[in-house]
Ligand binder design. Structure first.
Ligand code: NI
Length: 284
């Protein structure tokens, strides 16, 4: 991003129902691909739309937020809000309204409505546990778009911050109350971000039941209602800080993505709503 450029993100919300199906697949194949998303249900959706441009020297704005809201309401939200996306929306009768496909549709729908201002990201949040982000791809012509999908999982665990490489006094001084010998605990939230091509006909970066089963097996089953210092071998010999936990989760998940159609891009672990830690794959 150029030094004189600023990015702004505006969020607008809508409510809609959907059911995910690919018409050419059998019932069993659809269920394997989409899991419970095959059944009719609804979500609170949020669109976070990013624009970049130069700051106007008179107004101090990249673009007037009121104009962004007016545009998004008239051209995007009006098409999605209080609809059943797979029936009431012409664009999603033949392609399933996954978060990935909705993000690609919103991107195309927005286009370039403001002079000198570029659309740079469309993030579609489907409920509290899934979101897709599309950042466009000028010139891509093979009918697939690269989209990031993030899904969230939770587990509850106890830990004690303590390093065997320091004395008891040093541990107490560094970690404070987190060094309590009997430990303390958190409700952790783990967000897994994968990136891959989306073929519009199927609408998924990855099979969601596969990702959910992977997260369940490698993260939740290993850590839920456990004591991280003693019960998780991957953390043996190190202080179970959330930095180390985030790295351990990334390393537990990564082997499953070898040869997969999507890449593991990022693991984010929230220790509390006020602090979170990211471990990212190297840029490709
Ligand atoms: Ni859904």
């Amino acid at each position: 991003m150029a030094r004189d450029t600023v990015r702004l993100v505006r969020r607008v919300d809508f409510e809609a129902s959907h059911r995910l199906r690919v018409h050419s697949l059998s019932e069993a194949e659809n269920r394997e691909r989409f899991g419970r998303e095959c059944d009719l249900h609804g979500h609170n959706w949020a669109l976070c739309v990013g624009f970049e441009g130069q700051v106007d020297p008179v107004t101090g704005m990249v673009v007037n937020i009121a104009d962004v809201d007016d545009f998004l309401r008239a051209h995007v939200v009006a098409e999605l809000d209080h609809r059943r996306l797979d029936l009431d929306h012409a664009s999603f009768r033949d392609v399933p309204p996954t978060a990935e496909n909705v993000a690609v549709w919103v991107w195309a729908r927005i286009g370039r409505p403001f002079d000198g201002v570029a659309l740079v990201s469309v993030q579609v949040r489907e409920g509290a546990r899934a979101e897709a982000e599309y950042r466009g791809e000028p010139g891509r012509v093979d009918g697939t778009q690269m989209v990031e999908l993030t899904r969230a999982y939770e587990f509850s665990a106890s830990h004690r911050l303590h390093s065997d490489d320091m004395s008891d006094d040093e541990n107490r001084a560094l970690y404070g109350k987190c060094n309590n010998p009997n430990g303390h605990g958190h409700d952790y939230r783990v967000e897994i971000t994968v990136r891959g091509p989306v073929a519009c006909e199927t609408g998924g970066v990855v099979d969601v039941p596969w990702l959910d089963a992977l997260a369940q097996r490698e993260v939740v089953d290993r850590m839920h209602y456990r004591h991280l210092n003693t019960d998780v071998p991957e953390l043996n010999g190190m202080a179970p800080t959330t930095e180390n936990l985030t790295r351990a989760v990334f390393d537990l998940l990564a082997p499953a993505f070898e040869g997969a159609s999507a890449d593991l891009r990022r693991v984010r672990v929230y220790e509390t709503p006020k602090s979170w830690f990211d471990c990212e794959a190297e840029s490709t």
